[in-house]
Design a protein around this ligand. Structure first.
Ligand code: SAM
Length: 256
């Protein structure tokens, strides 16, 4: 008797009971279920990312959550130096992801009140797990408390106002200049006159927005950078493969 025949004979009863079992549909579906479960529940936070993408599709700018500690030491140092003689400084980290940016700013300005805001509820849960000190808090960007928050002395908006799918396109469609300008107008309303706006890694130039006439690039070392990333204009057309831009802006008094 050949090898295959022996196997077939020995597994006859097993195969028979499987094929005639009422559980057959479940047995067939189980591998698909396990694969789906691995991808959806297997990676921490993945289910929340899917949920966030579905629920906030129209509002989500940059969908990646990547962040790390002290990611922008030169920007945090500029902030520390600018507010060194000031008490009661209030700072917003918009798109704070899992909180590393907030905790880094806290290490530079330990007395400042810092709010981290994000659209992804999973990120905010991770932020809160890190046991924030009293002067640090986290909010969802669709919450009432965030809507009412204002009078910030500094706003950080780093690696939020972009979409990776724009990067290979000649026209920005996934995240547009209109969304960019709208989001910055909302942040502008929350920033005090005399305050600082930190904005880095975007698809557009802040100086092209209508609100930029109230702002001047802060005159400080390390503010201007040249980066190899595409730049789109106010019509969403790619105008360069390089960005030569400022990252810190001072909000001036309004002069009509
Ligand atoms: C790449 S992370 C940047 C994290 C941090 N700012 C940094 O630079 O390390 C982008 C973050 O922006 C958040 N985000 C995207 N669209 C947003 C929106 N409309 N409102 C608030 N947060 C948003 C994402 O959830 C994500 O946590």
């Amino acid at each position: 008797m050949g090898f295959l025949q022996t196997i077939r004979k020995k597994t006859f009863h097993l195969r028979y009971s499987v094929m005639h079992s009422r559980k057959l549909p479940f047995i067939i579906l189980k591998p698909f279920y396990l694969i789906a479960r691995f991808f959806i529940l297997g990676f921490p936070g993945m289910q929340y990312n899917i949920f966030t993408r579905m629920k906030y599709k129209k509002h989500l700018h940059q969908w990646s959550n990547y962040t790390c500690e002290d990611r922008y030491p030169e920007l945090f140092a500029i902030c520390k130096e600018f507010f060194k003689d000031r008490e009661n400084v209030k700072i917003l980290s918009f798109g704070c992801s899992t909180g590393e940016e907030v905790y880094s700013i806290h290490s530079y300005l330990p007395k400042a009140a810092i709010i981290g805001a994000d659209i992804n509820p999973y990120n905010l849960r991770q932020c809160k797990k890190k046991k924030p000190p009293k002067n640090v808090g986290f909010m969802h960007t669709f919450s009432e408390e965030y809507r009412q928050s204002k009078d910030f002395d500094a706003i950080f908006c780093l690696v939020v106002l972009l979409n990776v799918k724009n990067r290979k396109a000649n026209v920005a469609t996934e995240f547009t200049f209109q969304q960019f300008e709208k989001q910055l107008s909302e942040l502008d309303e929350k920033l005090k006159t005399g305050g600082l706006l930190f904005i880095d890694r975007t698809d557009f130039d802040f100086m092209h927005t209508s609100i930029s006439d109230r702002y001047s690039p802060l005159d400080t070392k390390g503010n201007r950078t040249v980066t190899e990333r595409p730049l789109f204009d106010a019509n969403n057309t790619k105008i360069s493969d390089k960005q030569d831009s400022y990252r810190v802006f001072l909000k001036r008094e309004y002069s009509a």
